[in-house]
Write a protein that binds this ligand. Sequence first.
Ligand SMILES: C[S@@+](CC[C@H](N)C(=O)[O-])C[C@H]1O[C@@H](n2cnc3c(N)ncnc32)[C@H](O)[C@@H]1O
Length: 943
Amino acid sequence: MPNKGKAARPSEKLFPDANGNLFEKSYQEQIEAERAQPVECLGMTFENDDARRDYFLDKLREMLQDPEFRRIEGFPIGEDEDILALSDPPYYTACPNPFLTDFINHYGRSYVPEEPYLREPFAVDVSEGKTDQLYKAHAYHTKVPHLAIVPSILHYTEPGDIVLDGFCGSGMTGVAAQWCGAAPSEYRRKLEDEWKKAGLGQPKWGARKVILNDLSPAATFIAANYNLPFEVGEFARAARRILDEVEEELGWMYETLHTDGRTKGRIEYTVWSEVFSCPECSGEVVFLEEALDKETKKVKDSFLCPHCGAKLNKNRLERVFETLPDPATDNPLKRVKFRPVLIAYTAIGNRHEKQPDEKDLEVLDRIRQMPLPAEIPTNRFPIEKMYHGSRIAPKGFTHLHHFFLPRAAQALAALWRKVIRYPNARIRHMLLFFVEQASWGSSLLNRYSPTHFSQVNRYLTGVYYVASQHSECSPRYILGGKLSRLSKAFESHYTIRNIAYVSTSTVAALSISGNAIDYIFTDPPFGENIYYADLNFLVESWYRVITNAQPEAIVDKFKKKGLPEYQRLMQRCFEEYCRVLKPGRWMTVVFHNSRNSVWNAIQEAMLAAGFVVADVRTMDKQQGSYRQVTSTAVKQDLVISAYKPNGGLEERFKIEAGTEEGVWDFIRTHLMKLPVFVSKDGRAEVIAERQNYLLYDRMVAFHVQRGVLVPLSAAEFYQGLPQRFAERDGMYFLPEQAAEYDKKRLTVKDVETPEFAPVDEFSAIRWLQRELNSRPQTFQQIHPIFVRALAGWQKHEKPLELSTLLEQNFLRYDGQGEVPSQIHGYLSSNFKELRNLAKDDPDLRAKAKDRWYVPDPNKAGDLEKLRERALLREFEEYRESKQKRLKVFRLEAVRAGFKKAWQERDYSTIIAVAGKIPENILQEDPKLLMWYDQAITRSGTDP
Ligand SMILES: C[S@@+](CC[C@H](N)C(=O)[O-])C[C@H]1O[C@@H](n2cnc3c(N)ncnc32)[C@H](O)[C@@H]1O
């Protein structure tokens, strides 16, 4: 690792970096040495890195001519030469990477079923490391910081293992994989301490190999540059020289006369205001001139028309268009009108502001006469297929070049021209990575934000939005500071060759052999919040290599993709993930919650693809701890841990499918994957996944997703579970896990059970189970407590009387015969006078009479059958109902009905009843969604 000069010993030979700081020799020397030395790549030796690149560029060029290769799903849209110009094969290709299999063959480890591998799920805090300079070196939509990913990679993998992220965006998973080898000692110490405290083992430091993939060339280009080594010093010097040259060439465009009338000032930014017209007198109103309060720097709610004095506000103003010749199309350009209103500049060592004077306007006029530089892309946005098309087209922005004012166009083009001529390909790519970051900030999307000191990158993220006030920044103002920060960040980021391979394609078609990947960390698109392909279009137009949006996993009505299409696309991606992952290995999915229905679509896609979910957690910021997610209603970001079932289980399951043995085999294998003991602040946590009802759900899902009948009813399952597995605190364990749990349980004072309220039949039963388990009660006792606990019954859920809930799920002691053990245990430990009494003692019987209690598993079976009959009767009514839509119903009845119909292969009943219940209920209930999806697929009525 490089060390800052101050910390280095004076006797060592030190090297200056771009900012004059001194570096330990090792870092610089390694790079120098690497450059001069022969290069090993995929088993071949090249004279140097340029020879390596030339060789593989030729290979890629050949492949690009093969129509089959270009037919790979998700192949980006671009000419061969443009794809080649961005690529640095075999490490990075701006198209599907044809060298991934070679990479795996050379550097991966084959799957050996006998090799022991045991890990528990591991949660990550996705907000950790958001201030890190390396993380901030390049922005991308919804980035997950590498420091949040490092602990997961350390937990699930060994040095040299291969990690995959198919939705890699800016490639933070790759940075994390490399960081596992390059982390500084203080970071290592801190993490080791934390792990020790949490009872985790010692992490194995050392870089992991990584395959990064994304559909978008803009994303993979960022990812590649983050993850491939380059010489920071050379990059920094080249970037600075380019900024200087552009300033020299175009400096006159950014000069202004200081208010002293003599001194030349250097413009940092020019503020432009949209021009409107007054609805009363039709006079032109320059918005900022009238609306901006110069003192408070805020836009006033109302202001006066400078012509007729009418009281105006933004909503009353009428848009004014100006018609300009469009240099790139045959049509005139009719665009909203902007006028310069303020110049911020430096002169005599200070920052000043002024209104543009005659000379400034003359300069702007001169620039306007210049031809549009050839480097500026002039392609048309796919407006009709873009979510934000209706925001930009009515203001006159339909083509790329419309977003750049003449001076910004000249400046950005000059930067681009110089960068693409830089001779060394690796440095050239880094320079593009750097300059590209000015493309949004130089465009009319950059808003003027008077209350902020810096006007750099003030565009609204995630949308195309042209505001009424714009800051047109000079190249140095945008990029000068960025260069220092970026160089500094990369100085401490030690990347090595042959570690990261980057590909541009859809996850649904990775060119990777099966069972090859050791761990997947992934942050997929989540529904309809961010339109990646649309947003990346601006930058990709500069590269002339554009995302092929067809396989983009997104909800977007303008691309005719609804939730079902999204789910299907995600399922195909997860199927591919499942294919390439080694059996028994883990996948961590980060999900930024938007809607519950999207969350369910993701879950369903994952399960249908063959994964088994073992843990779902959120980060509780206030408590600084992870919380399990047990309900379907989630508002926070989630971290899902899922595994590909161990090869042995899948193989055995083929023989055991639909038998009782298959059920218990699954449960045994699943229990092996679950955490054994989780504690926080001296309290153990009830691990939801180990509770009987969740084990049952997972078992059912495992069968259903494989098209196999579930051989046990819930009651039979609940009865069989304690016969085969050890029960502790309401959770189930394998024998050796139970021993470990018991040992660790002694180290805490008690077990924390998560609070929840009854909001529907299912949660009400669980709530009553918990309440009665700890204290068998009479109806009179439990009624007020139950009513108080109710926290708003779900609107669609049929209201149920407490008496019905009790009768259908619990038993009441009628005072006859022996007092049931559960009541006996409770009374004898809570009432002194009832201690040591026989079970048929009259006093005990009297006290126990009419108390409701939780049936033991043998009796529960009978009750369950009764309840199921009642539920199925209710379901039958829904099926026969002539009502088009059922407004209120028993969700449990629909679940039971769907399950029965599925077992009987009666898919049409499922589809018919699903059509009667509100769509959002279907999409937000994972169980219903599962039956419904299966029915649709198996009946061949896939819409
Ligand atoms: C949430 S972002 C990932 C951001 C990333 N975690 C980071 O730190 O930069 C999701 C990514 O998925 C990509 N994507 C969407 N559909 C895809 C598909 N079918 N195959 C591969 N990538 C896809 C988008 O281009 C986007 O970059």
